[in-house]
Design a protein around this ligand. Structure first.
Ligand code: ZN
Length: 381
């Protein structure tokens, strides 16, 4: 089999994927394109589910073993102002050895590598060691309803999920979890002309935020996933009237953690808020957090685990060098598989810094390396 031809076809597929916009809830046309490609390439089974997720399976030599799953999402974020792009965002043009376009790195180039690594085995007249399933899921960029549906309805065993999220040909072992909380400060509302009659909670919020900026360095760190971080994002008050002091004001805190629990984070916030009357609520449910000292991970697959050791060795054999171990800054659909105890790794030719930016692109040379690595993974994992 010619690697040049394989890479050429993979690039062409990536360009067609980029040229087919697929915002969340609008993945249908792209889903058809991916299914048609898998059928044309001779996959043993190709199907969609009622969420709009698409799947393609190659039968392995050992069909009774749990499957290897290659996961990518079908959607992408908005391209924003096209004037900020060097080429039109849905052109898929090649510039300096890179395919440019919205979704090229996150995640259509990696998706194409996953599908074409499966096609490569068919072209070589080989079978993977175990069943391999490509899983293309919808709505990753808006919470992951597609991935949740996929995992809830799984009717086969899974040995490992490989995420196509950008890892620069390294092995990403995990990412931090997300905790988002509202911190609300209560005061007393008054006419803005008589501030002495009010207890204006905006002052409490200002003090709180100033303390937060300093104190966040005290949050603990995970040896592989890095420090726990916090970002204040949305701020709201109860009133829309410019001449009324608010009765309450609240800020949304976005924590990323692999070393803290909801209990420890709440204690951290209470300490910073001091004596001012305040309450904490889960931003996703608007209810108080149940007491829990369980550490909040996104996911984390230990480097010494058998799946990591094996995947790393096979990727090294395929690519010609050993992929370094890393972790993601952002969150992925992998977090939805954690409750099901499915091992997860990230492995992708795209670079994390390319995700969601104007001028997003992926290196063709890195796609070529990734293809070779994936083919070896499929052969022997
Ligand atoms: Zn992504």
């Amino acid at each position: 089999m010619g690697w040049e031809k394989l890479l050429g076809d993979c690039i062409n597929f990536t360009q067609r994927l980029v040229q087919t916009p697929s915002m969340p809830h609008e993945e249908g046309t792209l889903a058809e394109l991916v299914m048609a490609e898998m059928r044309r390439l001779g996959f043993d089974e190709v199907w969609a589910d009622e969420m709009g997720n698409v799947n393609g399976r190659l039968f392995g030599q050992n069909r009774e073993l749990p499957a290897l799953v290659l996961n990518s999402h079908l959607d992408h974020v908005d391209p924003g102002d096209p004037a900020l792009w060097p080429v039109p965002p849905f052109s898929g043009e090649i510039v300096d050895g890179r395919i440019v376009g919205r979704g090229a790195a996150d995640i259509k180039g990696p998706l194409a590598v996953q599908v074409y690594s499966m096609a490569a085995l068919l072209r070589m007249g080989e079978r993977p060691y175990r069943d391999v399933v490509f899983s293309g899921v919808v709505q990753e960029e808006i919470g992951g309803a597609g991935a949740k549906f996929w995992v809830e309805n799984l009717d086969y065993e899974v040995a490992l999920v490989v995420l196509g999220e950008p890892s620069d040909n390294k092995l990403a072992l995990g990412h931090r979890g997300i905790v988002q909380m509202w911190v609300r400060f209560d005061g007393r509302s008054a006419h803005a002309s008589v501030p002495q009659k009010a207890q204006n909670p905006n002052y409490a919020l200002a003090e709180f935020l100033a303390r937060l900026q300093t104190a966040q360095s005290e949050l603990s760190s995970h040896p592989h996933l890095g420090p726990t971080t916090v970002s204040p994002t949305i701020i709201e008050v109860d009133t829309k009237s410019p001449n009324v002091t608010p009765a309450w004001t609240r800020v949304l805190l976005d924590f990323r953690t692999a070393s803290e629990s909801t209990d420890s984070l709440q204690a951290f916030v209470h300490n910073l808020a001091g004596d001012w009357p305040h309450t904490i609520a889960n931003a996703w449910t608007d209810a108080p957090f149940p007491a829990s000292d369980e550490i909040i991970y996104g996911y984390y697959t230990p480097p010494e685990s058998a799946v990591v050791q094996k995947a790393q060795a096979l990727l090294a054999a395929g690519m010609g060098w050993e992929p370094a171990l890393t972790s993601y800054q952002f969150a992925t659909d992998g977090r939805h598989f954690v409750p099901y105890h499915i091992p997860i790794i990230g492995c992708s030719p795209a670079e994390e810094a390319q995700a969601h930016i104007a001028g997003e692109s992926i290196s063709i040379a890195k796609m070529a390396d990734s293809l070779r690595g994936h083919v070896q993974l499929l052969r022997a994992f």
